[in-house]
Each structure stands twice: as C-alpha cells, then as structure tokens.
Design a protein around this ligand. Structure first.
Ligand code: NAD
Length: 278
C-alpha cells in the first residue's frame, strides 16, 4: 500500500473516455502519474494509457484493472439527470463496486467525482461563501446519487481508513458558458491542479472540496481546496465582459431565476438538463 503523499504512482481512472477525464489525463501524465484507463468503451485515442474496457458494475473486471494501482479517480457515471433505475445502477451501485474493489485491492486513496448538485438547493448567500461540507440538498436524482457517492466515501473512510477526496465539481468547461459560470466555472487546467493535489497531498482523511476556479464572483469556499494544496489559477472574470456583451444579444446566456437563487441553478427547476437531451 502506498503511503500518503508518496505521490506519483499508478492511478486507475474510471470513466476515462469521458470529457472530464480527457481534460485531466494528459496533465496528470505530464506531472508523472501513470494512468490506467477504465471505461465501457475504448476510444480511438487513449492518450498512451493502459486501457481496460469494462463496466464499473463488473467487479471481477474492475479488480483486474485495479491490480497494482496506488489510487483511484472515480469519474464514471451519468453526469446529468436521468431515470432512477439508470442512476441507481451506474452512479450508486457502480460507486459501491468501485469503493469495495479498491478496498479489497489495498488501495488507500480514492478521489470521487461528486457534484455541486449534491447540494444544489442550497441558496446563494447574500455575502460570504458556502462551506465545502455544507449539508447535502440534492436537486435531482443525479444530485441524490452524488450525495450517496459522498456517503459511501465516508463509510469506506470510517470503516477502512481509506483517504477519500469528494470533489463537488461545479461547472467544468473550456470557458464559462453563461453568467452563472462566472461564479461556478472550473477551468480544465485548474481541474488538473485539483486532481493532482488530491493524488499528492499529505493531508489524508475524508474531504469534501468545491471543484471551482479562482473566480472573483465565486460563492463557494476555497478552504477545502487550500487544505490539500489546491491553488486554482484561472478566473472566469477574464471572460465576463465578452460573455455579458453576448448576453445582450442572447438572453439565454444571462442568469435565470434559478441561477440567481440556488447554487445548483437550472438543475433546481422542474425541467433539469437530462442525459437523453444530449
Ligand atoms: N463535467 C462537469 O462539469 C461535472 C460537474 C460535476 C460532476 N461531474 C462528474 O464528473 C464525472 C465525469 O463527468 P463527464 O462530464 O466527463 O461525463 P462524461 O459523460 O463525458 O463521462 C462519463 C464517462 O463514464 C463512462 N461510463 C458511464 N457508465 C459507465 C459504466 N457503467 N462503466 C464504465 N464507464 C462508464 C462513460 O462511457 C463516459 O466515458 C461524472 O461522474 C460527473 O457526474 C462532472
């Protein structure tokens, strides 16, 4: 078992063909991590990673993929609202399979992709910031599955002493997509910094951390990230003038009533973005 902070060993990444994984894998490799990719399909470009094509629900296959790994980054999942059965199987059963298999493989460190939507119905504060570990208030089945992911992470930490980093990722895009993201944006380069900090910090234990850049308009605490050595360098404000100007021509870019009230924005509406719409 690798000791905390010994850093740059073999890291299994679930959901390695997904868009967040494609953003961070080259950066993690550049900082010296050996990445083992796991996904239910094999993309044309696997960034030079050893690749396991399997479902996270296939525990035997997952055990083979985790052999010899020092850490797991768990990204596989349905990233938007979906029917309960699908959410339950992939996001909740799948996460339990990943954690149980990691524990059996002797892996000490796990990074879990949670979401701002685990606490989406938290209201935006008039001043101050929302703490990293604010109580869950899911806004969707998706958000509830991320609350379950955090709870499972806590269980494996408390029962087995595994170091667990639950990242409440806000809005990870190449650039802010609308006015809300002037507060919630996580840049691709800061995503690399965040995951790298989780893999290399000496600060073990159980953590919930906002996945957000150093945005001037952020209402999400930076303390959880600072505690593990995550120092974001990008700021959505660099895009503000251009984005707000575009919003004059296309009002759909401007903050909706949901975006102004809740940290989970439009996911709190009766018609949250669904996986089948994409
Ligand atoms: N992108 C964001 O802004 C954001 C924000 C908050 C949380 N997250 C979380 O980060 C993770 C990655 O998000 P993303 O945007 O890259 O999503 P994505 O849909 O692009 O990638 C998810 C990947 O998981 C894989 N996958 C799904 N079910 C699987 C299974 N049963 N077995 C193996 N692989 C499976 C998919 O094939 C896909 O490649 C998700 O858990 C998502 O909820 C993302």
């Amino acid at each position: 078992m690798t000791k905390l902070g010994s850093g740059r060993g073999r890291v299994a990444v679930t959901g390695a063909a997904g868009s967040l994984a494609r953003d961070i894998i080259p950066g993690l490799q550049a900082s010296g991590h050996t990445v083992i990719g796991i996904d239910r399909f094999t993309p044309e470009e696997t960034s030079g990673t050893e690749w396991f094509e399997c479902s996270i629900n296939d525990r035997a296959a997952l055990a083979r993929a985790f052999e010899g790994c020092d850490a797991v980054i768990h990204l596989a999942g349905i990233p938007l609202e979906a029917d309960w059965d699908a959410i339950m199987t992939t996001n909740i059963d799948g996460t339990q399979a990943v954690l149980e298999t990691a524990w059996k493989a002797g892996i000490q460190r796990v990074v879990l992709a949670s979401s701002i939507h685990a606490a989406g119905y938290v209201e935006i504060p008039d001043d101050g910031v929302v703490p990293d570990d604010v109580t869950v208030r899911p806004n969707t089945f998706y958000g509830a599955s991320k609350a379950a992911l955090e709870a499972l992470g806590r269980l494996y930490h408390d029962r087995h002493g595994m170091d667990m980093y639950c990242l409440r990722i806000a809005s990870r895009f190449a650039r802010p997509q609308g006015e809300r993201m002037l507060s919630t944006w996580l840049s691709p380069n800061d995503a690399v910094r965040l995951f790298d900090a989780c893999l290399t910090t000496q600060n073990g234990g159980f953590h919930t951390i906002w996945g957000v850049s150093a945005n001037t308009r952020s209402y999400l605490s930076a303390s959880g990230g600072e505690a593990i050595g995550y120092h974001p360098q990008d700021n959505a404000e660099d895009f503000a003038a251009e984005l707000l100007e575009a919003g004059r021509r296309d009002p759909s870019l401007l903050a909706s009533e949901w975006d102004e009230k809740y940290i989970g924005g439009v996911f709190c509406s009766p018609a949250p973005p669904r996986i089948d719409d994409h």
